[in-house]
Design a protein around this ligand. Structure first.
Ligand code: 8YV
Length: 326
């Protein structure tokens, strides 16, 4: 009998998804649900042909050199800034991510943060729970309108486009976007979105939502100089990656009232947070859950499993990041 290839599942996932993996592979599950530091990851990957990765594992040349049996790294995330894709390609290791399956769920959450920040939803709840609601006031917790305002989308990939559709069609917003490359006219037109320079985007947006992938070039793409260009009283939402926004500069802009509010799902150095953010009431903070609906998390896992099966049986993977051999 042929032995099944071995795969490592980096973090705890749904039991039935592990069961699916067991139909094809010898599976090692994590002993606990802690992120694996690279030396431990390397130790566990010895003799493994595949890795089911969850987005926080560091996959670089050091790991590849130390794990000669590794043939596939299949991420359940769309972001892959934790993986040196070029080094994997050079080592003959297939890398896949999980685009598309999380687009709409993540766009929903971007809107949830935008609405919560602009309309002061969590601040209002804290106020009420603290027993501070005594009477009606004309401007009690009054915020900014979302409908009919101007939305700036920084990064116009799949998730940016899903947000633009919601904004234009559902909320009657004017949508401006900035991306390194302008969308093709046939993609742009149904979104009713207009490409502008980054400076114009910052100057004109009532609400700015950040959806660019992280890369060293995107580090602190929004820092003090960019925040200074934004409209006084604007809202900022970050569902991209920690590090794209300079959190200290943002906290400062929120503390002075230069920006009215922010909604943040990702942070520099997460799960640690800049304490200045925690001290503010005009920021909605969530623990990197933009893709976290149960159906979507399951779809992300299943796509990673489909990719692992394809990669380790010599078929074409569904969503490759490394070049595929024809
Ligand atoms: C993940 C994400 O949950 O897919 C991504 O890139 O940011 C999220 O969907 C997160 O990366 C888990 O680490």
């Amino acid at each position: 009998m042929r032995t099944k290839p071995s795969v490592l599942v980096a973090r705890r996932i749904f039991p039935d998804i592990v069961q699916r993996l067991r139909e094809h592979f010898e599976v090692e599950e994590p002993a606990d649900d802690e992120p694996l530091p690279q030396p431990e990851l390397i130790r566990r990957l010895q003799g493994k042909a595949g890795l089911f990765a969850t987005g926080t594992e560091l996959i670089n040349a050091t790991l590849l050199q130390a794990c000669p049996d590794l043939r596939a790294v299949c991420l359940m995330t769309v972001g892959y800034n934790n993986v040196d894709v070029a080094a994997c390609a050079a080592a003959g290791v297939v890398v896949t991510n999980a685009p598309d399956v999380l687009t709409e769920t993540t766009a929903d959450f971007g809107f949830a943060l935008l609405l919560a920040a602009a309309r002061r939803v969590t601040e209002a709840e804290h106020y009420l729970r603290a027993g501070r609601w005594r009477q009606w006031n004309i401007d009690l917790l009054a915020g900014a309108d979302v409908h009919g305002s101007t939305l700036g989308v920084l990064g116009m990939g799949r998730i940016g486009q899903a947000i633009a559709r919601r904004a234009a069609l559902g909320f009657g917003m004017q949508v401006l976007y900035h991306n390194r490359s302008r969308l093709a006219p046939e993609v742009e037109a149904p979104l009713r979105a207009q490409w502008v320079s980054k400076t114009e985007l910052l100057r004109r947006a009532d609400h700015l939502i950040i959806v660019v992938p992280y890369s060293p070039q995107a580090h602190h793409l929004i820092a003090a100089p960019e925040l200074a260009l934004m409209k006084p009283g604007a809202t900022l939402v970050n569902i991209a990656r920690g590090g794209v926004v300079d959190d200290a500069a943002l906290a400062q802009a929120l503390a002075t009232g230069r920006l009215a509010a922010a909604g943040l799902d990702v942070f520099e150095g997460e799960p640690q947070l800049n304490p200045a953010l925690l001290a503010l009431s005009n920021v909605v903070l969530t623990p990197h859950i933009a893709s976290a609906s149960l159906p979507t998390r399951r779809a992300m896992c299943n796509l990673a499993v489909d990719n692992l099966i394809a990669a380790l049986t010599g078929s074409q993977v569904l969503t490759p990041l490394t070049p595929q051999t024809p």
